[in-house]
Design a protein around this ligand. Structure first.
Ligand SMILES: C[S@@+](CC[C@H](N)C(=O)[O-])C[C@H]1O[C@@H](n2cnc3c(N)ncnc32)[C@H](O)[C@@H]1O
Length: 227
């Protein structure tokens, strides 16, 4: 069965849903999965369906209608309210509303609402450099040794990619294990030079993705936006 709920808006691809699903299934009862950036629930539903009984699934999203997706940075209250309503409806439709604890707050304000440790952290919130770095650094620090961190729009979003290079790529604490499109996955364990080199080798692909976006914005090329 496909892990992706195809009727729910979002940018997560089938292969990326499969990767998230597999990561969520590594968490045993008593563990904790934390999502930053839920939008209308596409990835939340993947995580919640994969989580075994006794795993806490926390979805952090302020639903302010800000930083929603490509070119949607400024807050829009009406859109945010629509997102939160649609998010709840989608979770209910897929039978996981009760499985997910929604923390309606900015990730930087949500630390006290979530207990330690985190087994799987999924980062897909604001893609600008500052908040993306804070998510990777501050929330990443809360992932237990051996736990996983998955990040969307890596090596396509400039903000996320710069934040990864600042906080994760050369860190000896995060071993890069692979990717599905722009979703990259790390395990919190000692990392050697090969982990960093594998990511540096993705820079030409990052440049290609940026060119695709520029050509799309200039209307020289018609989508799809690289995810
Ligand atoms: C790209 S969408 C997430 C997509 C979602 N993961 C999916 O699979 O459909 C980004 C989301 O991040 C949320 N967001 C923006 N700023 C945030 C912040 N500071 N903390 C947490 N979430 C944030 C937005 O409200 C938006 O819903």
């Amino acid at each position: 069965m496909s892990a992706l709920p195809p009727d729910v808006d979002g940018w997560l691809t089938e292969a990326q849903a499969g990767r998230l699903d597999a990561a969520a299934r590594t968490v045993g009862a008593g563990g904790r999965i934390v999502e930053i950036g839920s939008f209308r629930g596409r990835s939340t539903i993947v995580l919640a369906r994969a989580a075994v009984d006794g795993v806490e699934v926390v979805a952090i999203d302020p639903h302010l209608g800000s930083d929603r997706g490509p070119q949607e940075i400024a807050a829009n209250e009406a859109l945010g309210e629509d997102d939160t309503r649609t998010f709840r409806n989608n979770l209910a439709q897929h039978g996981v509303l009760e499985r997910v604890r929604h923390v309606r707050a900015m990730s930087s304000d949500a630390h006290d609402a979530v207990a330690d440790p985190i087994d799987v952290l999924w980062v897909d919130g604001a893609h600008r450099y500052g908040p993306a770095l804070a998510d990777l650094r501050d929330w990443g620090a809360r992932v237990r040794p051996g736990g996983r961190m998955l990040v969307h729009d890596a090596f396509s979003s400039v903000g996320v990619t710069l934040a990864l290079f600042r906080g994760v790529v050369f860190s000896r604490r995060w071993r890069y294990v692979g990717r599905a499109g722009t979703l990259v996955e790390y395990v919190r364990e000692p990392a050697g030079a090969s982990s960093a080199l594998r990511q540096v080798a993705l820079l030409p692909w990052f440049a290609f993705n940026v060119v695709l976006k520029v050509l799309t914005l200039l209307k020289i090329r018609k989508g799809p936006w690289p995810h």
